[in-house]
Ligand binder design. Structure first.
Ligand code: DGJ
Length: 726
């Protein structure tokens, strides 16, 4: 078991592959955090209890430590509102009599083998029960009857713990949940840097690093989706941590809606981190006997720097988050029609794309936006999910049959959570869009959001989609989401439950996605939200890949892909070669090879040289598939630290092959270029497949590659593929 409870000192000890997490049932049932860090064998960890003792303006509990205890000065395992702790609270409940004081104390616990599923929400799952154990600690507010269960799943062979919280109204009066964060983690010092990923449309997930400072530092979304602007990821790393060295604690929220991650450094220079649903746009009515379950946070500990943290996230997401046939099966190499044609296509044009792409070895044609209703631009038809036969003469099935007939797969685009004011659906059901009474809706991209919190709306959209997809054997679906939510409200919710809208919307989307994946288990789904606006672990549960960004410029893509890789594996990052002229087609392919790989250009317009280059790239895609999709990533030179070059490599799990890539963003001032590789077997010999030269892993990692004199023009790039010499 990865979890133990010492009944003498009442300490819980949670042991992952490399870390120990410990907390104690303290006097009067307070849960006190003790330790989170590198693994330690001892189970008497009480000495780790650090607290500030008495301070004049920090309220004390006289029954605890003879009055020397203040929740305000102690590392609380799960902080609550109003009962003596003035720092960030993870839980706040408005009680029946109107106050919002919540004070929960330990009641009981159970340790169970395995990991129970989270109801109706994405979560990490186990492949076998022995992979992890779960601790559930029941606490209760003796005055209000709120029962709060803290749930921890501890992976035995991975550096991973997941956490979530359940709140049950154990009283006979209504309660209003005002905030429920999924985790609260305490650190005894403030000697950390905070890492997070910020951005905007077309520039998602750049890395921000800042030293912790006194006060609160936070990131959040209140857009109704996780959004382009901040990713639900945050890490605390020891000062001067690098890709290889130092400790890093990563937190990633398995949720696709409004989130917040907040870090507070208090007066005693200790740090509290909480992560969960953004309380600013949330509330939940808890009737007597009802329960609310929070989404899950994934926590990773690394003592091998940021790189170790990222590889741990990649492994657990590939193995315990992504599901279905395409988790392991090789994904088809696709070409997408969007940048090639936008809305301007018909069946003949698409078929011509397919034929030309097929000649080059591409395996699937994806028909993007524009095939339904009267959609010739972005002003109409979302919600009218029937085929536009003016464009697809002969119907969808005839096109799909023709494409299948030449041995290609076929993919289709949907935006199920949206409705155009200019649509038949909206005319029939104006109350089906997200809106609030007596207030005009904001538009974005000429569209409204459809009310996914409503079962009747979801049923309609599902039936429309099912009608098309069951009549036509489609192999792939791109699920898009092109605006955020304003005037948030549902026609069906009573006033006191309108605050539940955002969370209900997200649960509704998950339900629809779940129904679709069950109805079409073989269909590959790629998520998208105007590029990477909903690039979060919640979505990866339903779709093994997400379009990373609408920005397909290979140089701009570097920060996007480096940032995304902090916690998301390349096998999930949608990346395509486009017609972008910033670099030659080889650099575009070398960058896209990091991700799922594919094309986003008009194959009929390729010149002869690029046409031949694509054929070579297709071969390389197959050759490198195992190492890029299943291997370990090492970020060697990041564009956040170096304005001139970026470099990264993948090493297969058995260390028998490695793919190294470097891109020159801007010509460096100097010519010498030595780079040390990482992750190889130092005792093995590796052949550079291009030159036939053989080097030891030790040489490549210690002396490095001497790449002086390699192409250094702006936008140039090169790869090196190494295989082990048997
Ligand atoms: C936004 C996506 O990111 C694009 O790839 C494309 O699918 C468009 N939407 C279509 O409207």
């Amino acid at each position: 078991m990865a979890i133990s409870f010492n009944s003498e000192n009442r300490i819980f000890k949670l042991d992952t592959s490399n870390a120990t997490y410990a907390f104690q049932v303290f006097e009067a049932g307070y849960l006190i955090h003790l330790y989170y860090g590198a693994k330690i064998p001892d189970d008497n960890l009480a000495a780790f209890y650090y607290h500030g003792g008495f301070a004049s303006f920090s309220p004390s509990r006289w029954e605890v430590e003879n009055g020397n205890f203040s929740p305000d000065m102690s590392p609380m395992e799960y902080s609550t509102e109003g009962a003596g702790d003035f720092r960030l609270s993870a839980l706040a409940i408005r009680n029946a009599n109107g106050d919002n004081t919540t004070d929960v104390r330990y009641v009981s616990h159970k340790i169970i083998a395995g990991k129970p599923d989270l109801p109706a929400m994405p979560h990490l799952y186990l492949n076998s029960e022995g992979e992890a154990d779960t601790l559930e600690v029941l606490t209760e507010d003796a005055v209000t009857g709120a029962k709060v269960t803290l749930v921890y799943t501890v992976f035995r062979n991975k550096p991973v713990i997941t956490r979530h919280v359940r709140v049950e109204n154990g009283s006979d009066r209504r309660m209003d949940l005002e905030r429920i964060y999924s985790c609260c983690v305490e650190f005894p010092t403030m000697d950390y840097d905070m890492y997070h990923l910020y951005g905007r449309w077309s520039k998602e997930r750049s890395l921000q690093v800042r030293p912790l400072a006194h006060g609160i530092q936070s990131i959040c979304s209140k857009r109704g989706s996780s959004g382009h602007y901040h990713n639900p990821f945050v890490a605390l790393a020891t000062k001067n941590a690098t890709e290889q060295y130092g400790e890093a604690y990563g937190f990633n929220f398995v949720y696709s809606g409004n989130f917040a991650a907040e870090v507070e450094v208090d007066s005693s220079c200790s740090t509290r981190l909480i992560m969960g649903i953004n309380p600013e746009s949330f509330g939940w009515v808890l009737e007597p006997g009802s329960t609310f379950v929070s989404p899950e946070v994934v926590m990773v500990y690394s003592n091998e720097g940021l790189g170790g943290m990222s590889r741990a996230f990649h492994d657990v997401y590939r193995e315990n988050l992504v599901r279905g046939r395409w988790k392991t099966e090789k994904r088809p190499l696709l070409i997408n029609s969007w940048e090639a044609a936008f809305f301007d296509f018909d069946a003949e044009k698409l078929f011509a794309f397919a034929e030309r792409a097929k000649e080059m070895g591409i395996e699937m044609l994806v028909m993007d936006d524009g095939w339904f209703g009267k959609r010739d631009d972005d002003t109409t038809s979302l919600g009218d999910w029937f085929v536009n036969e003016k464009k697809l003469q002969g119907g969808l099935k005839s096109l799909v049959d023709r494409v299948h007939g030449i041995g290609m797969k076929f993919g289709i685009w949907y935006e199920p959570e949206m409705i155009s004011p200019e649509s038949e659906l909206y005319k029939a059901h104006p109350d089906w869009c997200v809106h609030v009474a007596n207030r005009a809706n904001s538009v974005a991209r000429h569209q409204y959001v459809i009310d996914m919190s409503r079962q009747d709306v979801r049923d309609n959209i599902f039936e429309q989609m099912y009608g098309v997809l069951s009549a036509t054997p489609v192999d792939y679906l791109k699920w898009d989401f092109n605006r955020n939510i304003t005037e948030a409200g549902s026609a069906l919710l009573p006033p006191e439950r309108q605050k539940e809208f955002f969370h209900r919307f997200v649960l509704g989307t998950y339900e629809l996605m779940g129904r679709l994946t069950e109805a079409f288990p073989d269909m590959l789904i790629e998520n998208c939200s105007g590029g990477g606006g909903r690039f979060d672990p919640g979505m990866f549960y339903y779709s093994p890949q997400i379009w990373c960004s609408d920005n397909t410029d290979p140089i701009e893509r570097l920060t996007i892909q480096f940032g995304s890789s902090l916690c998301y594996p390349g096998s999930c990052m949608g990346a395509h070669v486009s017609a972008c002229q910033r670099t030659d087609i080889d650099t575009r392919a070398n960058v896209a090879m990091w991700g799922t790989f594919g094309y986003e250009l008009d194959p009929c317009k390729l010149n002869e040289a690029d046409y031949e280059a694509v054929k070579v790239q297709v071969k390389e895609y197959h050759r490198y598939y195992n190492v890029t999709h299943n291997g370990d990533l090492y970020r060697l030179i990041t564009p956040f630290e170096n304005a001139h070059r970026a470099a990264w490599m993948f090493v297969s799990k058995d260390k028998s092959e490695a793919l190294f890539t470097a891109v020159v963003m801007r010509r460096p001032e100097y010519e010498a270029f030595f780079i040390r590789l990482q992750g190889l077997d130092p005792n093995a010999m590796y052949r550079d497949e291009a030159t036939g030269e053989v080097y030891s892993g030790a040489l490549l990692m210690n002396a490095g590659l001497n790449l002086t004199g390699t192409p250094i023009t702006d936008g140039s790039s090169f790869t090196k593929y190494f295989t082990i010499v048997k």
